[in-house]
Design a protein around this ligand. Structure first.
Ligand code: FES
Ligand code: FES
Length: 180
C-alpha cells in the first residue's frame, strides 16, 4: 500500500493543526462547545457572537456594570473580562440555563412575583448574581445582599424590588403585596 496515499493533503493537515491550536472546548450549560477563536477573546463575545446566546448582555465591557454576569463553577463572573483560554475545564452557566437550578427557579419566580423588571437590560446579570448568592447563602442578610449585588448596576433603579425578590426567594421577606 502506498503510504503517501493515506496521508492527508497539505491544506487538510494545515487546517487540522490550526483547529488543534485555536479551538477551545468549553462546557456551557451542560453541553460542550468547540469554538475557534483567539485565546484572548472574551467569553461574552463567544456567547453572543459565536454561539448566539444573547441572554447575557454587553454593558460596559470593563467589569463595571454587571450586565454580562455568568457563573463559572457557580461563582458570579464578569464574562466581558474573562478570556476564553482562562476557562479550561470549568463549567459555565448562563441566564439561558439558570432555571435548571433550585435557587435559579426561586429567583426567577420571585422576579416575576415582585415585578422587578423595567427595561430589562441589566436583569440577566442581576439574576445571575442573585442566584449565585442564594446558592451559597440561602438566607442572606441585607449586608450580604448589598455585597453580592453591589457590582450590578440598574439604570432603571430597580434595587428595592431586587432586594424584595431576593428576600422572597430566600423565604425571609415580607409577604408579597406588603411592599407598597
Ligand atoms: S459588560 Fe461586563 S461588567 Fe459591564
Ligand atoms: S431594568 Fe433597566 S437597567 Fe435595570
Amino acid at each position: 500500500m502506498d503510504a503517501a496515499a493515506t496521508l492527508p493533503s497539505a491544506p487538510v493537515f494545515v487546517r487540522f493543526c490550526r483547529e488543534l491550536a485555536l479551538a477551545f472546548n468549553v462546557n456551557i450549560n451542560g453541553s460542550r462547545h468547540s469554538v475557534d477563536v483567539d485565546g484572548d477573546t472574551p467569553l461574552l463575545w463567544v456567547l453572543r457572537d459565536v454561539l448566539g446566546m444573547t441572554g447575557t448582555k454587553f454593558g460596559c465591557g470593563i467589569a463595571q456594570c454587571g450586565a454580562c454576569t455568568v457563573h463559572i463553577d457557580g461563582a458570579a463572573t464578569r464574562s466581558c473580562i474573562t478570556t476564553i483560554d482562562s476557562i479550561g475545564n470549568s463549567t459555565v452557566t448562563t441566564i439561558e440555563a439558570i432555571g435548571r437550578t433550585s435557587a435559579g427557579q426561586k429567583i426567577q419566580q420571585a422576579w416575576l412575583d415582585r415585578e422587578v423588571v423595567q427595561c430589562g437590560y441589566c436583569q440577566s446579570g442581576q439574576i445571575m448574581s442573585a442566584t449565585a448568592l442564594l446558592t451559597v447563602n440561602p438566607h442572606p442578610t441585607d449586608a450580604d445582599i448589598n455585597d453580592a449585588m453591589a457590582g450590578n448596576i440598574c439604570r432603571c433603579g430597580t434595587y428595592p424590588r431586587i432586594r424584595d425578590a431576593i428576600k422572597q426567594a430566600a423565604g425571609t421577606g415580607a409577604k408579597q403585596g406588603a411592599r407598597e
